[in-house]
Write a protein that binds this ligand. Structure first.
Ligand SMILES: NC(=O)c1ccc[n+]([C@@H]2O[C@H](COP(=O)([O-])OP(=O)(O)OC[C@H]3O[C@@H](n4cnc5c(N)ncnc54)[C@H](OP(=O)(O)O)[C@@H]3O)[C@@H](O)[C@H]2O)c1
Length: 326
């Protein structure tokens, strides 16, 4: 049997409940994972709350698009994985059906990777979505190069902190943006070359001051909303703005400073492509081995406290990843 977090209608965290149901058998090409830890993502909240951008199964929707665990059983035709292997579940495309928020889940073998050495289950569960998104958006999409000045909004999010570390790993210069000046010091300690707070600084002016008037080469924006146009004035002539989220759900206004390349990035465009997944895994492995990359954990909840974990996720005020352990 498997404890599974499900919800039958969308709404507040209290719609989540835990049921006991038989663990499914993996079909051909699938793997059953005994989950040890789950990384929570903004996508989980959007799905639970009814703001998910695609249709999904209700009632009895599952949740969770990443996790860490151990291979429990393999279907026919699966190669390179064996029961007992410590693994990561990288990006579950249909989390309503096989979400990771459970004791067991069955997923396509293509979404399972060996767990990087020396990474415990909690840190491993915090790795994939944050780091693959930051890597995909900055390296694959925006073409980040050594020396680039990278302005990162929502820098204390798990993706933001991953972006700071990845920029450092490449030799670029991460400039962190937070809403709260109280978080500046922690962002500097996390590797930011400078930290700007919207409750204190004009971000565009501060960026220009920090870059000798040039502006940022790349802006990685998780916020959007009406502030996007003003934020983009922090960009240098010919820069790239890559938006990855809309923490401010109000309509975004189009930046009018040009030339400017604007991307809207969804990590699934890369994480469902096995060739790019190999590149991401190699990059992350190198960074973990050298010590350049290390997931930042904000708080760990138990699976039985999933409602509490979602209440905390809803506050959107953490520094790093929220992880649920099984
Ligand atoms: N495109 C993709 O494939 C992809 C994949 C994963 C995540 N994402 C996006 O990446 C972003 C970060 O996700 P996450 O799960 O790492 O962390 P998260 O929980 O969404 O981020 C929390 C942090 O964001 C900041 N924040 C929250 N609401 C804000 C607002 N209205 N305006 C400005 N800042 C706000 C806060 O930092 P301060 O208190 O320091 O301001 C907070 O600590 C989200 O937008 C998410 O949707 C995109």
């Amino acid at each position: 049997m498997s404890k599974v977090v499900v919800f039958d209608e969308t709404g507040a965290p209290e719609v989540l409940h835990i049921v006991d149901e038989p663990a499914l058998e993996p079909a051909a090409g699938e793997v059953r994972i005994r989950i040890e830890a789950i990384g929570l993502n903004r996508l989980d909240e959007m799905m639970r709350a009814g703001a998910y951008p695609r249709p999904f199964r209700l009632p009895h929707a599952r949740l969770g698009c990443e996790g860490a665990g151990v291979v429990d059983a393999i279907g026919t035709g699966v190669e390179g994985l064996a029961p007992g292997d410590p693994v990561l579940v990288t990006a579950v495309p249909q989390m309503d059906l096989n979400g990771t928020c459970a004791e067991y889940t069955v997923v396509p073998a293509s979404t399972v990777l060996p767990r990087p050495a020396d990474l415990d289950a909690t840190s491993a569960a915090a790795l994939w979505v944050a780091y693959s998104t930051a890597y995909g958006a900055l390296v694959e999409k925006s073409g980040m190069r050594p020396g680039d000045q990278i302005l990162i909004t929502a820098a204390s999010s798990s993706v933001g902190l991953a972006a700071i570390q990845i920029a450092r790993q490449i030799g670029a210069v991460p400039l962190a943006v937070t809403r709260h000046s109280a978080k500046k010091e922690a962002l500097l300690a996390a590797g930011a070359a400078a930290a700007f707070a919207t409750d204190q600084d004009d971000v565009a002016t501060a960026t220009r001051d920090h870059t000798n008037g040039a502006g940022a080469d790349i802006i990685l924006d998780s916020v959007m909303g009406p502030g996007l146009a003003k934020l983009a004035t922090a960009a240098r002539f010919g820069a790239t703005v890559t938006t990855i989220g809309w923490l401010d759900p109000r309509p975004a206004s189009m930046p009018m400073n040009a030339p400017l390349t604007i991307h809207r990035y969804m990590s699934f465009e890369h994480t469902l492509d096995p060739v790019v997944v190999r590149r991401i895994a190699a990059f992350l492995d190198a960074g973990l081995r050298s010590g350049a990359l290390r997931p930042t954990i904000d708080t760990v909840f138990a699976l039985d406290d999933i409602v509490e974990a979602h209440r905390y996720l809803e506050k959107a005020d953490q520094f790093g990843k929220i992880v649920v352990t099984v």
